[in-house]
Design a protein around this ligand. Structure first.
Ligand code: HEM
Length: 173
């Protein structure tokens, strides 16, 4: 015969923290002496994406052909270093049980993959003719990339500072 549970017992049975012993196992595994590689690397795509927008804006104001060349390099490096940073984050997401189980980690993953697609588009769009590509579409893609970088970066910070993802447990666990 099937055992009957009271509402209170059923609520306790579906408590994810009790069900998953490794819920608190959020410590970074892809790290150098305890410092997460992902956190160290994301500064580069973030700053390079903002620099690309800056270089496009400078070309709009000055018509100097130096700026589209800057934007070609910054957009390419933002994409390539972003891919490597994303790979370190993805390994972290898949191997750390306390990171993998939190829906916020997957939200960050989805935001980041959308961002990386836009960073790739921003670079690829400039490859055939990096000067002609800037106005208006290069500039518009750069503006979109900068906004998406802000959202993804803010959300990454939320993972660390609100959910303590990637951090070590204190002495009391
Ligand atoms: C592509 C897949 C990605 C995954 C799976 C991922 C996953 C993670 C994880 C698990 C953390 C928590 C810290 C850690 O364990 O290292 C984190 C933090 C963070 N992520 Fe990502 N991430 C990805 C891509 C990106 C990209 C492209 C950016 C660039 C905007 C980014 C920005 C951040 C930031 C700013 C933090 C907070 C770092 C800190 O303040 O310590 N992430 N990410």
């Amino acid at each position: 015969m099937r055992q009957k549970y009271t509402w209170k017992q059923r609520r306790r049975l579906s408590d994810p923290i009790e069900e998953h012993a490794a819920f608190g196992d959020t410590e970074s595994k892809v790290a150098l002496s305890g410092h997460p590689l992902h956190a160290m690397m994301v500064a580069f795509p973030i700053s390079l994406a903002v620099c690309t927008l800056g270089a496009d804006a400078m070309y709009w104001f000055s018509a100097e052909e130096f700026w589209p060349r800057v934007a070609l390099w910054t957009s390419g490096l933002a994409f390539l270093i972003g891919i490597v940073a994303g790979a370190t984050g993805t390994v972290e997401l898949l191997i750390a049980p306390g990171i993998r189980i939190r829906s916020a980690s997957w939200t960050h993953f989805i935001l980041a993959v959308m961002l990386l697609s836009v960073l790739g588009l921003n670079w690829g769009f400039r490859l055939p003719d990096h000067v002609a590509a800037v106005l208006p579409f290069g500039l518009l893609i750069s503006a979109l990339a900068a906004v998406m970088t802000g959202i993804t970066g803010w959300h990454g910070g939320k993972l660390v500072f609100d959910y303590r993802i990637g951090t070590q447990a204190g002495p009391e666990g």
